[in-house]
Design a protein around this ligand. Sequence first.
Ligand code: AHR
Length: 807
Amino acid sequence: MDFARQFYVSFVESWSNTNMRLSAPTLSATTTAAALAAIGGQVVLAAGSEAGILAPNYIIASNSNVTEVTLSITTQDKSKWNATAPNLYGLMFEDIDHSGDGGIYAELIANRAFSGGAITGNDNPIEPYQSTLDRWVPIGDTQIALDLYHPLSDALPNSMAMTFPANATGRVGVLNTGFWGMDVSPQTYTGSFWINAVNQTYPPNNTTDITVDLRSNLTSDIWVNTTISNYHIGTFRYSQVNFTLENNVTAPNANNTFAITFDASQVAGQTFYLSLTSLFPETFKGRPNGLRKDLAEAFYDLKPGFLRCPGGNNIEGNSIAQRWKWYETIGPLENRPGRIGTWGYWNTDGLGLMEYLDWCEDMEMIPLLAVYDGYSLDHTSYPLEFMDEVLDEILAELEFCLGDTSTKWGAKRAEYGHPEPYNITYVEIGNEDMFSCTYTYRLNYLYPALKKAYPNIRFIQTQYNENAGGGYADCGEGITVPIRDGGGWDAHHYETPSFYLDTFNYWDNFEAENNFTDIEIVLGEYSVFQLDTSTGYVNYSDPPEIHPAYPELISAIGEGIYMLSAERNPSLVTLMSYAPSLQNLNLYVWTPNMIVFQAQHNLTVLTASYWQQHLFANFRGTHTVPVEGELNPLYWVGVVDESSGAFYLKIVNTGNQTVPLTLNFDSGYYSVNGTTLQSEDPNVYNSVDNLHAIEPRMLTGSELPQPGNLPSNATTPVTMVSSSAAMTGSASAAPTMGSISVSDTIMGGNVTATMSSSGSGSAAATKRSIVDSIRFESERFKRWSNDTNTWSWTVPVFSSTVLQFNP
Ligand code: AHR
């Protein structure tokens, strides 16, 4: 079998006549120069450059003559502290690029209910989302056909008829090729399928042996199998066959399939109907119907604060009829019809509303739940007189999530296994409604009613002052939808690295300048979408050399600056998430993505952008502090951790020059460690051909900041750190501390301590214990002085670094 890859460009070409947003040839930019001005930035063009790509492909730091930078850092004045936003770094998830089905949703069976397959344009261009047997292959003498006469349920009307001719011999049955293969490793696999034998020739009291296995697609190897012996296949209704596969083998590659087979001697001449086949490996935190472990763990390592879901465009649907309907994504899988996803393939909705909320619980993060707000991607909007339908749908969804079990939908949630309400504090009304001209009336209809019903939820709107309708509809001058106090705005930016540099200060005075009080900004989708061009535009049809397939170091650096600009404004910018987050390398429509994967787990690419997220998210701190100095080419934020006293300097060098840096603190730090994402080559990237080209690494030795030089006769007071040792003597009467004296000591010299003790007992042992303690402290003081709180460092080129100063 050929696990062919389909690439972004060919997909766009094959869909260029559709209304899908990203393939519309006339849509050249999310952010044009005009729109950029609207959000307060400046497009900086390289002097004299022609339209096209800049060479070399990195941010041209406009201040390249900087010979050194000095930062003044005030960590001790608590009146200048600002609490960091606790959930700032989160995850954006929608089913795009097979991120859900065939991605983090751990189901291994592709096209499990014959609802629809990959929409490649090759299947059936006239009816591309038709029911299909895609991914199913007959074994031996078996004949297979799509069957519409024997539905499993209203939601899943299709089945596969497996016919075993009367002269069939050997093993017969079917296999599923999965989402371009299946990773096989030692663990317990859990599966099921529904089967029926509506067949007059099949004895009603039949018994049949059914074997299931995981097997190689390249060799005759069967990695694991089990037989369900003497199974009675119903001749009236479907029954569900459940099984587990205890596997001890690691397959050499992911070119494996799952098979259901029979002995032809038992079934020749029969037809069986198969529906809804499912096979799960062990999942993240053991959730049934849960998440692919390795991908979930990669997310979890980012310490995410929130999950924005389920879209993105995917919530809007390609039409109102094909919107994401929350009520069709809950309950038993056989009751979930699935839908035509926005991004070119069938969505099973196995990863549904409850799975998203359980995912949040399992990763200890909060949901930012997006609700459908009456606009779909064929540019249809609910008219005002029908908006009550939209409101009812949202209110029912929120009752399902939050209502107690006496409510209709709260009871349903309990029935499906979660009696406790979920914790929802943020709800987003729609997605990117700047693409419609109707948001004003739709938001005005929905917002007050929702706020009244749920006053403690912060409702986030999706349009503020961008050019409404800029992509598709003619809204004249455009529409500005004011942000409501107590609400928020989700702004999206797929940009060049320079955009983030140029808008670094954008949020600094945003509330005051615009007379907002108590609003929050969500940056629910952002990433470096393409490299810098002299036009300053992001163009969705730019070629791959401008539009990288994988995030590069320079992408991570641009995103790092955006993260810093948010961290500087922690009471305003409270949530931000890179997008898109996951890409199946076998079928995708959008690049770049944060994590690129395929069926084989050890080929997952954690990209440069992933590591940028990892770097900053792992050093959160509790409060930002003032760090004064000249910006550009360096950008930074300073954060303290109140409990440990550590200070984190997150600092990005956007340029190709090293920068000598002096750090002047208002207090002393004993030691420093550092982690950096850095290379001389700004275009370096991780890919499936080189998984580890760029990763964060610890700084060592002289790579680290060095403490300022101490005068040779510098003295430091030495304080007794503990007197508890005086109480530890093992004597009939415990010795007590008499006195201890130390004098100021020359830095680097020995501390002299004398102690007298009283009481009877083992005073000598006690005394030694105290002296040891003092010696230890004197070592620490070698690097510390109230007078020299200065550290110096050379900031490497193209680097994003966290320095951790320890008190
Ligand atoms: O992340 C891909 C898409 O970009 C999202 O679905 C949409 O919100 C944005 O246009």
